[in-house]
Design a protein around this ligand. Structure first.
Ligand SMILES: Cc1cc2nc3c(=O)[nH]c(=O)nc-3n(C[C@H](O)[C@H](O)[C@H](O)COP(=O)(O)OP(=O)(O)OC[C@H]3O[C@@H](n4cnc5c(N)ncnc54)[C@H](O)[C@@H]3O)c2cc1C
Ligand SMILES: NC(=O)c1ccc[n+]([C@@H]2O[C@H](COP(=O)([O-])OP(=O)(O)OC[C@H]3O[C@@H](n4cnc5c(N)ncnc54)[C@H](OP(=O)(O)O)[C@@H]3O)[C@@H](O)[C@H]2O)c1
Length: 241
């Protein structure tokens, strides 16, 4: 781990923030994660964090403060000019080159799980093989829809279809409820104006492990299965815990 300086920081909602770090990562492609750490009581505590930035610019992370967590309450206290420890390399397989060909790509996230998709969309590489990209972002409260303006701008430009979803508040143009439930009742597809099917769709899932398990179950009802290198399927995922 090497020290990396925080360049700037945005608080999207209380306890939900992003910061950009000075530094470089070996082996970085959009979708991968790095480890961030701090020395706490004489020991280095490190956790994995997806990057939201494309290669070649300051490293952007989008993080939520987990109450009672060891690292995030301390990371949350840091600001511009402070240093964190950064792994020298990026890791992971949640990348577009691991996704098989499909007509439609669905990028489904809860909370800070939107970060790897931002990196992919900001990078742009490897997206033109999909006819449509649907970005679904599920959060508890409307204020947790981080990067909404940027995603809406991409939607206005025709790059993506953007479906914000919220469970604990209702909002204009925001789907209400949990993602697996809105797949099961067809409301997500209606909002996206796209169908989920084994013939035409590949679904990436990132964030809350309960959302991922529930969505995999809902997609199994559509004859869609987990993708593995040796047994190709329709669903790729990155569980955050
Ligand atoms: C590949 C990968 C990428 C990740 N990328 C991100 C990212 O971009 N942004 C981000 O905020 N987190 C991300 N995480 C989660 C992150 O690594 C930590 O688990 C999280 O920040 C909590 O760390 P902590 O030390 O504060 O809590 P800990 O003391 O490690 O954990 C306390 C408990 O909280 C639970 N927990 C962990 N994360 C969450 C969460 N987000 N919400 C609710 N409960 C949780 C777990 O059950 C854990 O046992 C990622 C995890 C993985 C595996
Ligand atoms: N502003 C913030 O986001 C914020 C700020 C400070 C601290 N925190 C803490 O950070 C942690 C993570 O919070 P978060 O809001 O980012 O993420 P989260 O708890 O994973 O919630 C994100 C979305 O996932 C949904 N979800 C949860 N479990 C699901 C399941 N089994 N199946 C389908 N959908 C499911 C939630 O719906 P439900 O609403 O139905 O659960 C919510 O819409 C929590 O400990 C929270 O207290 C969050």
């Amino acid at each position: 781990m090497v020290p990396a300086k925080i360049l700037d920081r945005t608080e999207w909602a209380p306890g939900l923030w992003s910061f950009r770090l000075e530094g470089e990562l070996d082996n970085y492609v959009a979708g991968r994660f790095a480890n961030l750490g701090l020395e706490i009581d004489g020991e280095i505590v490190k956790r994995s964090y997806s990057l939201g930035s494309p290669p070649g610019v300051p490293l952007e992370f989008y993080i939520v403060r987990v109450e009672g967590g060891v690292l995030t309450p301390r990371l949350h206290d840091l600001g511009a000019g402070d240093e964190v420890l950064l792994s020298p390399r990026a890791s992971g397989f949640f990348t577009l080159d691991e996704v098989p060909d499909a007509r439609d790509l669905w990028m489904v996230a809860t909370g800070t799980g939107i970060a790897p998709y931002l990196a992919m969309l900001r990078t742009g590489a490897g997206l033109d093989r999909f006819e449509r990209i649907v970005v679904v972002h599920g959060v508890r409260q409307l204020a947790d829809l981080g990067y909404r303006d940027e995603l809406e701008a991409m939607a206005a430009a025709g790059t993506i279809t953007y479906v914000p979803a919220c469970t604990r508040e209702e909002g204009a143009r925001v789907l209400h409820g949990r993602i697996p439930d809105r797949i099961a009742d067809g409301m997500l597809e209606e909002r996206a104006q796209a169908q989920l099917s084994p013939a035409d769709s590949h679904v990436m899932l990132c964030g809350n492990p309960g959302m991922i398990d529930g969505t995999v179950s809902a997609l199994k009802e559509r004859e869609m299965s987990k993708h593995r290198r040796r047994r190709p399927g329709h669903i790729s995922f990155e569980k955050y815990w």
